[in-house]
Design a protein around this ligand. Structure first.
Ligand SMILES: C[S@@+](CC[C@H](N)C(=O)[O-])C[C@H]1O[C@@H](n2cnc3c(N)ncnc32)[C@H](O)[C@@H]1O
Length: 353
C-alpha cells in the first residue's frame, strides 16, 4: 500500500479527538488521495470498508472480554496474524482503542475516498479505480469466506461493507421517488425499497466464487432492480456477457446509464421486460440469477422455461430468498444437482445435468 495513505490511516486512528476534526481530516486525506494511483485508492477504500465492518465485531468482543485483564489484547494478537492480517499494520492503534471510535474513523475514510473519487474526471482514473476496487473486494471476500469457516468469531463483516460502491458508481435509489403503486398489480416491484432489496456486493462475489463461470459465459439476472449484479460481473469478469431484465423502466434506464459511465456498455445490458409476459421467451444463457422477483404465478411461468432450457443444456440457476425453496421444489424429480447453499445459507445453487 502507498506509504502516505498507510500513514494517514494510522494517524487517523492514533490522533486525539480534536486532531480528528472532520474537516481537517478531510483536507489532509484529500491531499494524499489526489496524489494516489487508481490501485492505491482502491486498496485504501477496500481496506477501510473492511475495517469498518470488522469494528462492529471487535467492539462486541472487547465488551465481552472487558472483565479479564489483557484478554482483549491477547485476542487481538492472535487474530491480527490470522483473520485480521490485512489490518496488521494497525495493530497498535487497535490495541489502544478497541471501542466505538474505530468504526467512526474507518467510515470516515471510506466516505472520504468515495467522495474524492467521485470528484475526479470520468476517465481514465475512475474506470481504473472501479475495476481495481472490484478486484480488491473479490480478494477480500475470498479471504473472509475462508476464515469464516475456521473462526468462531469472524462474522460476515463484509456483508454491507461495500454499499458505498453504489455512490461511487452513481446508483441513486431516489429514482423510485415518484413511482406510483398500482394496488391491483400482481407483481412485486418493491417501490421505494432501495438498497434493502438489492443483493449485497459481497453475495454476488461469493456466488461467482461458488459457481466459477467458465470464460465467455453468459449471465442473466431475472428482475435486475438497480443493476448491482451486472456491475459486479462487468467489472470483475469482462469476458462474460450480462443481461438484466427488469419490469420497471426507470430502473433499467438508470442502471444502463451507470453501466455506460463505468465503461461496461459492451458487455452489460439492462432491458425493460415484464417476465410474466407469455409472448416473451427467456433467452438461453449459462447462468440465471433470481432474488425474490416474482409473484407465485410468474415464478411458475419462469421456472417452466428454465426447466426446459435445463433439459437441453447445462445451466446454473442461482437463487436468493424465497426463490431458493420454490426452485428446489420445482426441480424435484428432474436431473438437477443441488449444490450446498452458499453465503451463510442465503444463496441456492442448482445445476442442470
Ligand atoms: C428483490 S429485487 C432484486 C434486484 C436485483 N436482482 C438484485 O439482486 O440486486 C427484484 C426485482 O425484480 C423486479 N420484478 C418483479 N416482477 C418482475 C417481472 N414480472 N418482470 C421483470 N422484473 C420483475 C422488481 O421490480 C425488482 O426490481
Amino acid at each position: 500500500m502507498n506509504e502516505t495513505l498507510r500513514a494517514l490511516l494510522v494517524a487517523s486512528f492514533e490522533g486525539d479527538q480534536r486532531a480528528l476534526e472532520i474537516d481537517q481530516f478531510k483536507t489532509t486525506a484529500k491531499r494524499a488521495l489526489l496524489n494516489s494511483t487508481a490501485d492505491e485508492l482502491a486498496n485504501i477504500f477496500v481496506l477501510s470498508s473492511f475495517l469498518s465492518g470488522v469494528c462492529t465485531s471487535l467492539d462486541e468482543k472487547a465488551w465481552n472480554l472487558r472483565e479479564t485483564e489483557g484478554a482483549f489484547t491477547n485476542f487481538l494478537d492472535g487474530t491480527l496474524t490470522r483473520e485480521l492480517s490485512p489490518l496488521a499494520f494497525l495493530g497498535d492503534s487497535l490495541r489502544r482503542e478497541p471501542r466505538k471510535q474505530l468504526s467512526k474513523k474507518a467510515n470516515l475514510i471510506a466516505l472520504t475516498v468515495s467522495e474524492i473519487v467521485r470528484m475526479q474526471p470520468a476517465d481514465p482514473l475512475f474506470q481504473m479505480f472501479i475495476r481495481a476496487t472490484m478486484n480488491e473486494m473479490d480478494k477480500l471476500t475470498r479471504y473472509e469466506s475462508r476464515y469464516q469457516t475456521e473462526s468462531e468469531w469472524f462474522a460476515n463483516s463484509l456483508y454491507r461493507a461495500f454499499d458505498e460502491m453504489d455512490r461511487i458508481l452513481g446508483v441513486d435509489y431516489a429514482h423510485d421517488k415518484n413511482m406510483k403503486t398500482d394496488l391491483n398489480m400482481k407483481e412485486r416491484l418493491y417501490e421505494g425499497a432501495g438498497i434493502g432489496v438489492q443483493t449485497s456486493y459481497i453475495s454476488v462475489l461469493l456466488a461467482l466464487e461458488a459457481i466459477q463461470p467458465a470464460s465467455g459465459s453468459s449471465f442473466i439476472d431475472l428482475g435486475s432492480g438497480y443493476g448491482r449484479v451486472g456491475f459486479v460481473i462487468g467489472l470483475l469478469r469482462p469476458d462474460m456477457d450480462f443481461i438484466g431484465y427488469e419490469y420497471v423502466e426507470h430502473r433499467v434506464t438508470h442502471s444502463q446509464a451507470c453501466a455506460d459511465r463505468a465503461g461496461l456498455s459492451e458487455k452489460v445490458r439492462f432491458i425493460t421486460q415484464d417476465l410474466s409476459a407469455r409472448d416473451f421467451a427467456i433467452p438461453v444463457a449459462d447462468v440465471y440469477y433470481m432474488y425474490d422477483p416474482f409473484s407465485r404465478e410468474t415464478y411458475e411461468h419462469v421456472f417452466a422455461q428454465l426447466k426446459k432450457i435445463g433439459r437441453e443444456r447445462a445451466i446454473t440457476v442461482v437463487t436468493k430468498g424465497r426463490a431458493s425453496g420454490w426452485f428446489a421444489e420445482t426441480i424435484r424429480g428432474e436431473k438437477w444437482a443441488t449444490e450446498p447453499m452458499c453465503d451463510e445459507g442465503t444463496l441456492g445453487i442448482f445445476k442442470s445435468a
